[in-house]
Design a protein around this ligand. Structure first.
Ligand SMILES: Cc1cc2nc3c(=O)[nH]c(=O)nc-3n(C[C@H](O)[C@H](O)[C@H](O)COP(=O)(O)OP(=O)(O)OC[C@H]3O[C@@H](n4cnc5c(N)ncnc54)[C@H](O)[C@@H]3O)c2cc1C
Length: 380
């Protein structure tokens, strides 16, 4: 993908992430996937390198840069391990970004510098057994009791929940108001009434961990409300700008890994007297993969540049996320196909990419949610 559209600083940042990923992530990614355990030391390392603070201001412990830098970080990490990138994205684009945009100075001071150093891990608890694409069906309830809030309910499919020190939880504070009655809360691990289930077994993203979180009369102080009462979730949806662009960049990184794996296998594998990359169908498939990947990256870059320019980005972020995630799924399927029987083996990279890719079409708003957003911008 052409470098000319990146500034010198962006290229330098991308190159340093890429070198680290090639050295410390790629060689371990298959093992981490098989062990089904998030390499937590990586978040520490990313913190030390200043990468968790990418796109966060220095005033809260961030390292500057913007959405383009963040997209480059996610893309390069996802090329090495989509699961490692997923844990970082939840920690930063959802957890830390919510604290940055909605936290008061006391909350920010207590939580953000540690989080951006990787010393305090975060998760984002929105989904529930009954609440997925339809946000208005959140059932976890938060009631005022004197100077406290008391939480009851359960969150499901929560990435990083198994080890997060601090959880950002979406709960209903006005059940009759649906979406307009959802608030955000900060809940620290170890709070009585909070329990976390065992890691859930997943199809892909093996090295990321996810679990259920249960609240049973979980009492937290009033000052743990994040943002406005009844408005916190809506506020978060407006300000969490990095999420969809990060998700699109993920698709680009994972798609690139799939393309590289397909080319590497195709150069080695000989059938009908020549490497299979010499056969026209294989060449054309790889060329189509490269073309769609380039388009996905250009859309992601354009959306990130809009965020950095302070311009409206809603439509472009949805277009980028939709196209990049669906392109990624297509590319991982093609890479698996071109890898033949060898691709089906548990030690082949192609099968891991194929298992990892699907979640990108679901998280951060499913493809249908993105299409609804794009249709709305068409005025229909
Ligand atoms: C690996 C992984 C990690 C996750 N991590 C987190 C996390 O950290 N925090 C968190 O809160 N959640 C997390 N989730 C859950 C994620 O938020 C949900 O998957 C997402 O909100 C979609 O909800 P759902 O899966 O229940 O799908 P559903 O809402 O049940 O949708 C099922 C299907 O129906 C479609 N659909 C639904 N409504 C409509 C409609 N009106 N029109 C057309 N189609 C529709 C959807 O697009 C989808 O294809 C994670 C999920 C996965 C798989």
């Amino acid at each position: 993908m052409t470098d000319a559209l990146l500034s010198g600083d962006e290229r330098q940042f991308r190159d340093s992430v890429r070198a680290f990923v090639d050295r410390e992530v790629v060689p371990n990614a298959a093992r981490w996937d098989a062990e089904e355990r998030y390499p937590r030391q990586m978040l520490r390392r990313f913190g030390e390198l200043g990468w968790l603070g990418t796109a966060f201001p220095e005033s809260v412990g961030g390292s500057g840069g913007g959405a383009v830098h963040y997209a480059l970080l996610c893309s390069e990490l996802a090329r090495g391990s989509a699961a490692v990138a997923l844990g970082l994205y939840v920690h930063t684009a959802l957890g830390a970004a919510a604290l940055l945009h909605l936290g008061n100075p006391a909350q920010q001071q207590r939580l953000l510098p540690e989080a951006l150093r990787g010393e305090r891990t975060l998760c984002w608890g929105y989904a529930e057994a009954g609440a997925g694409a339809d946000v208005s069906t959140v059932r976890t309830r938060a009631r005022r009791d004197g100077g406290d809030w008391v939480l009851d309910g359960a969150k499901l499919y929560i990435t990083n929940a198994t080890f997060a020190d601090t959880m950002l939880i979406v709960a209903s504070t006005a059940p009759d108001q649906g979406l307009k009655g959802l608030s955000l809360f900060v809940v620290d691990r170890g709070t009585p009434g909070l329990s976390v289930g065992a890691p859930l077994k997943k199809l892909g993203m093996g090295a990321s961990e996810m679990a259920e979180i249960v609240f049973d009369g979980c009492r937290i102080p009033h000052e743990n409300l994040l943002g406005q009462e009844n408005r916190g979730f809506l506020q978060a949806m407006k300000v969490l700008s990095l999420g969809r662009v990060a998700s699109a960049a993920f698709g680009v990184g994972l798609g690139r890994a799939a393309l590289e794996a397909a080319i590497a296998y195709g150069r080695e594998r000989v059938q009908f007297g020549q490497a299979i990359v010499r056969h026209q169908y294989v060449r054309f498939t790889l060329a189509d993969m490269a073309t769609r990947l380039e388009a996905a990256w250009q859309l992601s870059l354009a959306a990130a540049r809009l965020i950095d320019a302070g311009a409206p980005f809603d439509r472009e972020a949805s277009v980028a996320k939709l196209f990049a995630s669906e392109t990624c799924t297509w590319m991982c399927e093609r890479a698996l196909h071109l890898s033949g029987a060898q691709g089906q083996m548990r030690d082949s990279p192609a099968q891991r990419f194929y298992r990892d890719c699907k979640v990108l079409e679901l998280g951060e708003g499913t493809s249908e949610v993105q299409r609804e957003t794009i249709a709305r911008h068409l005025g229909i």
